[in-house]
Design a protein. Sequence first.
Length: 264
Amino acid sequence: MTSVPFKGGDAVTMISLELVDFINSHRAEGAPALAHSDFLKKVPRVLKKDAGKFSHTYIDSMNRQQKCYRFPKRESCLMAMSYSYDLQAAVFDHMTEQELRLAQRAAFPIPQTRADALRLAADLDEHNARLVLENRALRLRLEHPEPTFQAGLTPVQFCRTLNGVNSQKINHFLLESGWIYNAETDPDRSPKYRTRSRARDKYLAEDVRCISRPGQKSIQTYLLTLLLAGSIRLQEWYLEQKLPMKSSWDGSLIQRRISREDLQ
């Protein structure tokens, strides 16, 4: 694990030799070891035209110059993910920890007084909170391709793509979370969900429709659909295991592509 200078500061990187050793150390017991030569062949297949950007060399035990790659965090995670999501998560967590250590060493001097120490602690809390948000966004992009975060789905439709989520309880969850409220005052009628102001135009859009009925008073219905930020927020709650889950859930956090059945 090394750090190299980038615009805006230093960044943690891994050369392909280190990454192969890390992957082998986290593989299941009895699984065949990954060879560095096989790993090198796979890099262009995973990173495609960007692979050449990360070309590097090293000196082997016989003092010969050999080809390898040096990857920043994103590409290290992509390569690990090509073997398994568990390996991708392990590399992500490992490099995140190294980033925190590097940032703390580089950005904050050793405090000389108690006041300096208190200021340092406050700065570290703010800095770490910012890294947590940035890494959460990166994890979402790596683990779940962007097309799954599309706008226009209802919360129930979106949650049907999330393995293990009890989509029938999502509206109740959003009620408790303060995103929606029930505008129907008659307890014997079906709920009439509306978007609260805190979520409107940020997480949820509200489409008001007027239904005409011959000889009767027309009625209004409300269709609540997720905006892009709302889709991402639900995904974050899913990864944090805060959504209502089915009793038969197998424990895996996987998102499927949206199908026609999900939209029904």
